[in-house]
Design a protein around this ligand. Sequence first.
Ligand SMILES: [Zn+2]
Ligand SMILES: [Zn+2]
Length: 337
Amino acid sequence: MKAAIFDAPHKMHIGEWQQPSLGTDDVMVKVSAAGICAGDLYIYTGKNPYTTYPVIGGHEVCGVVADAGSGAKTFHCGQAVVIEPFLSCGKCFPCREGKPNCCSNLEIIGVHRPGGYAEYVVVPQDHLFAMPAGLTPLWASFAEPVTIAIHACRRGEIKRGDYVLILGCGPIGLALIEVAIVRGARVVAVDVLDSRLRTAHALGAEVIKNDGHLLEQVLAMTHGEGAAVVVEATGNVNIMESTADLVAAGGKIVIVGLVAKGIKVQFPGLDFTRKEMTIVGSRTEVGCFPEALDLLASGRIQYPKYATVFELWSAPDVFSDLTRNPGSVHKGVFVFQ
Ligand SMILES: [Zn+2]
Ligand SMILES: [Zn+2]
C-alpha cells in the first residue's frame, strides 16, 4: 500500500509499505482523514522518544471498514469509523487501576504501530467507533484531540461557573476552550500570537495576550483570587512554573503540555501547603470518544472550521513547512479526496 513514511529525523518519503495483515479481532480501515498533531511533528523532528524508524504516523484517524478478521463482527464493510489509537495491555498496575492511558506497555497507533498516513490502517475492533451520521471525515478526525481536552477537563473537575485559565491556544488549547465552555465554565485563554487569540475569542473565550503581565490581569479579573482551574497546554517550562501563582488557593492545575525528557519544572514548595493546590497531569484520554463524537456531531465543537486541509501525498513538504513555521496553521488535516 502507499504510505507517507517517516524514515529518520527530518526525512520522510511517499512510498510502498507492506499491507498489514489482519489478526482475528482486527479491522482494516481505509483511511479517509488523518490529523496532524504535535506528536507527529515530534516524530518528524526526532523529538518523540517512543518511535523507532521507519514508521507511519497519524493517530487522529477516521475511515471506512475495508476488511475484518474472522472474529471482528461489530462493524460491516463500508461502515464509516473513527479510531481510538491508544492500545493498553490490561495487566499492569495503571491498567488494573482503571488508568489504561498510563499503561506501562502503552502502544499508540501512529507512534509505535503503523498509523493513518497511509491508504490502510489495522485496528483492533474494540478501538473503533461508528462515525455519527452527518460528520464529514475532516470533522470526525478531530475526535481524538477533543478527547484529550475532555480528559483534561475531567482531570481538572471543571464545573459550571469556574474561572478556567487556558494557557496556550494551539490545537489542544482550542479544543479545551470549547469543552470547558460546554461545561459552563468562564473560559479565559492566553497566548502570544494574535491569530490564535482571534480564533480563541471566536470560539467563545475571553482572551489575554501574554505580554509579561498575565498574573496582574488574572488577579484583576478574579478580585485578587486567581483561577479556579489553570490548564497548561504550552509545554513551556516558564509558563508551567507560573501556574502556581495563577491558581487560586484551593484551586487546581492541570498539566497537559509536554516538556522534553529530563527537563525539571520547579514550584514554590510553601505554596503546596499554603494554597493547598492540586496539581494533576493529564495524559491522552480514558473512555472519552463517545462524548467527543457527540460534541462534534451536535455542533458544540466548532474549531474544525479553522482546519487547513492538505493532500497526504504532499506530506514531506507539509511537515517540512510546518516545522519551519508551526504557527502558520491552527490545525492541519490530511484528507483523502
Ligand atoms: Zn493527537
Ligand atoms: Zn497496561
